[in-house]
Design a protein around this ligand. Structure first.
Ligand code: NAI
Ligand code: MG
Length: 340
């Protein structure tokens, strides 16, 4: 028998519930038999104390070298303090495409309509460029940066994926009626890419209407391409449709590297209690397995998770249960065992 490949993956455990949910995901991957050598690297407030930097160069170097990372959430101080390490990481590594699949098929909630959509969120610019200043007493300014380059490449990522997966519609989300220049440029860029894919239906929707339609008629959405801020907000809205932040995974993908992480943050309200839902991180790790070419293992994890959720037992409190993170993982591992 040929020797199984060993993958080397950078691991950022993260703050708050980060260490709890990333170790849960590691337990599930280990049970699949896929061999991963984890390279633990620092980031965030803890790294500032030990390395004098919230995003040490050696962490970036590790991801550049191994090309793949699994990441727990990192806390960002509100209103002041250091800038978001999550945003910095995505910009430094040019992880321009934030891919977030949202599915009701997990069966966590009884939504009246099936939801199976994928958000492609631009990940490097917009109001997250962090260009802010006080321009006069009582007046502050944040600059919204939109470029043709970044808008075109996120659109291309969305359409390429849609074409590969035989998806039928791409919606571009905007507010170009008000932000005629910035969102106007975003739309112009997406339209050019859309013209290259005549087999895919292309639609545009204004962001506030999009929020309402997502709640009322989520089944009309298939692939959705959005700027950074709208993508951030609509992601959490979509999570709310399918069982909450505990179940929605994500990937930050660039041309060279990919960093896999959940949509949720560090959840300080439940951190350290052992009750965080690890499913979002397990699914992010599963996207990583597929990225690494470990399709069979990823299919098994997906099947085990489906079986586990069908039982509606051993669920964490966010899903209406009383189980701990570890008990939920034990439940998934029992199903994985059955699928050997
Ligand atoms: P959050 O996503 O951490 O939490 C929002 C709510 O969802 C909380 O009630 C929390 O308990 C719940 N929740 C989130 N994940 C859960 C899980 N796995 N299981 C069960 N319940 C879960 O958002 P919040 O409170 O706005 O942000 C907290 C911190 O996280 C902030 O410092 C923020 O900047 C950071 N953050 C980091 C992200 C990242 O690293 N990619 C993403 C989002 C926020
Ligand atoms: Mg967010």
């Amino acid at each position: 028998m040929s020797q199984a490949k060993v993958h080397t993956v950078t691991l950022i455990q993260g703050d708050g519930i980060g260490p709890e949910v990333t170790s849960a995901a590691r337990r599930v991957i280990a049970a699949t038999g896929v061999q991963i050598e984890w390279v633990l690297m620092p980031a965030g407030a803890a790294a500032a104390e030990t390395h004098g930097n919230t995003l040490p160069e050696e962490t970036l170097e590790s991801i550049r070298l191994h090309k793949v990372a699994l990441k727990g959430p990192l806390t960002t101080p509100i209103g002041g303090g250091f800038r978001s390490v999550n945003v910095a990481l995505r910009k430094e590594l040019d992880l321009y495409s934030n891919v977030r699949p949202v599915r009701s098929s997990l069966g966590v909630t009884e939504h009246h309509k099936p939801i199976n959509l994928v958000l492609f969120r631009e990940n490097t610019e917009d109001l997250y460029a962090g260009l802010e200043q006080d321009i006069a007493p009582g007046v502050a300014q944040s600059l919204k940066i939109i470029t043709e380059k970044a808008s075109t490449r996120i659109a291309r990522a969305a359409f390429q994926w849609a074409a590969q997966k035989h998806r039928h519609t791409v919606h571009a989300v905007h507010k170009a009626n008000i932000m005629k220049k910035s969102d106007g440029l975003f739309l112009q860029s997406v339209r050019k890419v859309a013209a290259e894919y005549p087999q895919i239906q292309y639609k545009e929707i204004i962001v506030d209407n999009c929020a309402m339609q997502m709640v009322m008629r989520p089944e009309i959405f298939d692939v959705v391409v959005l700027g950074n801020l709208y993508g951030d907000i609509i992601s959490d809205l979509c999570a709310g449709l399918v069982g909450g932040l505990g179940v929605v995974p994500g990937a930050n993908v660039g041309d060279d590297c990919a960093v896999f992480e959940s949509v949720h943050g560090s959840a300080p309200d439940i951190a350290g209690k052992g009750v965080a839902n690890p499913i979002a991180t397990i699914l992010s790790a599963n996207m990583m397995l597929r990225h690494l070419g470990e399709e069979k293992a990823a299919d098994r994890v997906q099947a085990a998770l489906t079986l586990f959720l069908a039982d509606k037992s051993n669920l964490t409190p966010d899903l209406g249960g009383t189980a701990t993170t570890d008990q939920l993982v034990d439940g998934i591992l029992r199903k994985l065992d059955l699928l050997k």
